[in-house]
Write a protein that binds this ligand. Structure first.
Ligand code: A3P
Length: 380
């Protein structure tokens, strides 16, 4: 049964009710509440209409918009965002930051391998990448009704082992990260503006972006079959939601623009998925310098092989099962995977000419007046 709290009768205390307090009842809180994050952002509850129109599995505390940019996240996100804002990053931390479906997993594996497994003989390298590289934007997903207030069983087991006495509500992924020895490779889908400004004085950030049309195709297929989202809309709707900033993780452009503005910071490396595909060795050499890993050409060649799409996909099925257990994907599980096609230009098989035109105009409008460099020609 779902209870909707009456409009105008909200408080943060009511919003913080958890499944534990209320084991057989889920409370979706749509009433208007407003609070401020430590980052200075304002939090507003998304309306019931907005949430319903997203056509994904509901979140126990509904969804929030983080203003002024309007980032859309599950209602639990503000709690974790404040914890992250207070986090002490270490001088050997490397964060892989992306808007979802832009090549995060690939870059996580590249960076982890360069830092921890350059000889390809580290037994930990056989573990799923998500065990080796914690996602600081993951804990908010525990709020999905499908998750029941926790993460997947294998990661919960790891949490209990690594963080005895840790409270789930303080963030499973965040506490595992705290207990992880360096150099840590951190995954993050949050944008720069929600992270502590002093982070770049210590940690390095590799930001990966991708042709938004390919991101949209990747997003759609993943969204559709992943059990914490189970997106029910069609492809066109998904694309429009991504363009209009009306689904989880959006808006897209402010995410990219914030990173673009920081690209000259000596602790930031701005990378294009298309460049990785076009000349992986060139990109690995640049990363080698950025990370200070000093790997010789031969080792970089080995990293390239080890992190190739075919190599990662081969191990991917087992890795996904190891990390997510059997629960990540819904019945169509064959389609959703972190390793789908791994190509550039797959959008051409999915977009109608009209939709392509619409998205190209959206891209044009959003890069107009900026010096953001596109690595793909519009219409291609
Ligand atoms: P497609 O769905 O277009 O195939 P993320 O890791 O950010 O969720 O991004 C997932 C996308 O990266 C998927 O794109 C996936 O196939 C692709 N990908 C994963 N590993 C890759 C690799 N080693 N080489 C190239 N692409 C990879």
């Amino acid at each position: 049964m779902r209870i909707r709290c009456p409009e105008g009768n909200s408080s943060c205390a009511a919003v913080s009710l958890s499944l534990n307090n209320c084991p057989t009842t889920s409370i979706v809180h749509y009433s208007k509440m407003s609070r401020q994050l430590l980052s200075g952002h304002k939090v507003e509850q998304a309306s019931e209409e907005e949430v319903t129109s997203m056509e994904i599995v509901p979140f126990v505390r509904g969804m929030v918009r983080i203003l002024p940019e309007g980032w859309l996240y599950p209602g639990s996100a503000p709690t974790y965002l404040d914890k992250i804002y207070n986090m002490k990053f270490r001088s050997d931390d490397v964060m892989v930051m992306t808007f979802p479906k832009c090549g995060t997993t690939w870059m996580q594996e590249i960076v982890w391998t360069m830092l921890h497994n350059p000889n390809l003989d580290n037994p930990k390298g056989n573990e799923a990448i998500w065990f080796r590289s914690q996602d600081i934007s993951l804990d908010m997903h525990m709020d999905a009704e499908a998750m029941g207030g926790k993460l997947w069983n294998p990661i919960m087991e790891k949490f209990e082992k690594m963080c005895p006495g840790g409270r789930v509500e303080d963030g499973v992924s965040l506490q595992i990260l705290e207990a992880t020895a360096g150099p840590r490779v951190i995954k993050c889908h949050y944008p720069f503006s929600l992270l502590p400004p002093e982070m770049l004085q210590s940690a390095k950030v590799v930001y990966v972006t991708r042709n938004p049309k390919d991101m949209m195709v990747s997003f759609y297929w993943f969204w559709k079959d992943c059990s914490i989202f189970e997106y029910r809309g069609n492809f066109e709707n998904c694309v429009r939601q991504l363009m209009n900033g009306t689904t989880l993780f959006t808006p897209y452009w402010p995410h990219v623009k914030e990173a673009w503005q920081k690209r000259h910071d000596s602790n930031v490396k701005f990378v294009y998925y298309e460049d990785l595909k076009a000349d992986i060795m060139l990109e690995l050499r640049k990363l080698n310098e950025f990370l200070g890993t000093r790997l010789c050409e031969e080792k970089l060649e080995a990293v390239a092989q080890h992190t190739s799409f075919s190599s990662m996909k081969r191990k991917g099925d087992n890795h996904e099962k190891d990390f997510f257990g059997e629960t990540k994907f819904n019945k169509n599980e064959t389609k959703a995977s972190f390793y789908r096609k791994g190509t550039t230009g797959d959008w051409k098989h999915q977009f109608s000419p009209e939709l392509q035109e619409e998205v190209d105009s959206w891209i044009e409008e959003n890069v107009a007046g900026t010096d953001i460099c596109l690595k793909w020609a519009l219409g291609q």
